[in-house]
Design a protein around this ligand. Structure first.
Ligand code: ATR
Length: 277
């Protein structure tokens, strides 16, 4: 007689209460009729390894990892995918049956998939991309853009040294532009991405001058609260194609859900609505 097991997953971070992933995965579990659970777990760095080694023994099939643990989990995992290695951080862990922990990063996949689905005519090879910010999110975005053939990436960050480090890691296709001149790079960009937290509810506004935005360029913001940031608002007025950041969150979750629960979920209006609830 086979015994039913209830698969468990979740997200580990600190803080973690703001995460929208629990609503999204709960929606998919419910609509797909899977008897599993996805829960937020507040874990301090000192406890991270103990928790990760214990969860598989309690029925967990994997977890998402968020701030500030995305880099640390790479040193705990037994295997790391190539894309997580390139990015230098993991957002998805799979607990394998043999007890091994595999670390992966699906942020870049989510970023590109969101653009492709929302703006099917977007051609990454059409011209340079301008990226604002050089944090962890920027690493995933840059790796993904290079992977789909963007010819050049203009990169600007308040702390120039961080952008220069990215240039060293990703190579000649990256050009660092001073933060005070960030607006100038928009004139040359076919794709524009904000990876900073500027423009998010409770954070300062993005003050980069936007009058250089080109009509027809694709403009996307990783900030999704508010959904329509000032960057997207201005870009829309200037005739750009705009894509909001919520889709990246939804799409990065797809491969994780599929690995853990065995079914590929749909990113549709209902999933978007559930995530915003
Ligand atoms: P994430 O992993 O989400 O990218 P992060 O590593 O903390 O988070 O990066 C946040 C990004 O927002 C960085 O590019 C940061 O610039 P710095 O490297 O100079 O810190 C950018 N950012 C945050 N607050 C900012 C501000 N007030 N002005 C300009 N850039 C800011």
């Amino acid at each position: 007689m086979s015994q039913e097991t209830i698969p468990l997953a979740g997200v580990i971070g600190s803080p973690v209460a703001h995460s929208r992933s629990p609503q999204l995965h709960a929606h998919w579990l419910k609509t797909l009729g899977i008897r599993g659970f996805y829960i937020p777990m507040e874990v301090a760095e000192a406890d991270l390894e103990t928790v990760l080694r214990t969860l598989p023994k309690a029925g967990f099939v994997g977890v998402n990892v968020t701030v500030p643990h995305k880099e640390k989990v790479m040193t705990i995992a037994d295997t790391v995918t190539d894309r997580a290695t390139i990015i230098g951080a993991a957002n998805t862990l799979v607990f394998r049956r043999d007890g091994q922990i595999q670390a992966d990063n699906t942020d870049g996949y989510g970023f590109i998939e969101n653009l492709r689905r929302t703006a099917p005519d977007w051609d990454p090879k059409a011209g340079p991309a301008a990226v604002l910010g050089a944090g962890g999110a920027a690493r995933a975005v840059i790796a993904a853009l290079l992977d789909v053939g963007v010819p050049e990436i203009l990169l600007s960050n308040r702390t120039r040294l961080r952008a220069e480090t990215l240039q060293q890691d990703f190579g000649r296709k990256l050009r660092v532009i001073d933060w005070v001149q960030a607006g100038n790079m928009l004139e040359h960009a076919a794709t524009v991405v904000n990876t900073t937290s500027l423009g998010m509810v409770g954070k300062p506004a993005l003050r980069v001058p936007l009058d250089g935005l080109q009509k027809g360029a694709l403009v996307t913001d990783l900030v999704y609260a508010p959904l329509k940031t000032r960057l997207l608002e201005v870009a829309e007025e200037m005739g750009c194609i705009t894509v909001d950041g919520l889709g990246m969150l939804l799409h990065q979750a797809v491969p994780a859900f599929e690995r853990w629960f065995g079914t590929r979920p749909e990113v549709d209006a209902a999933a978007r609505a559930a995530t915003l609830r």
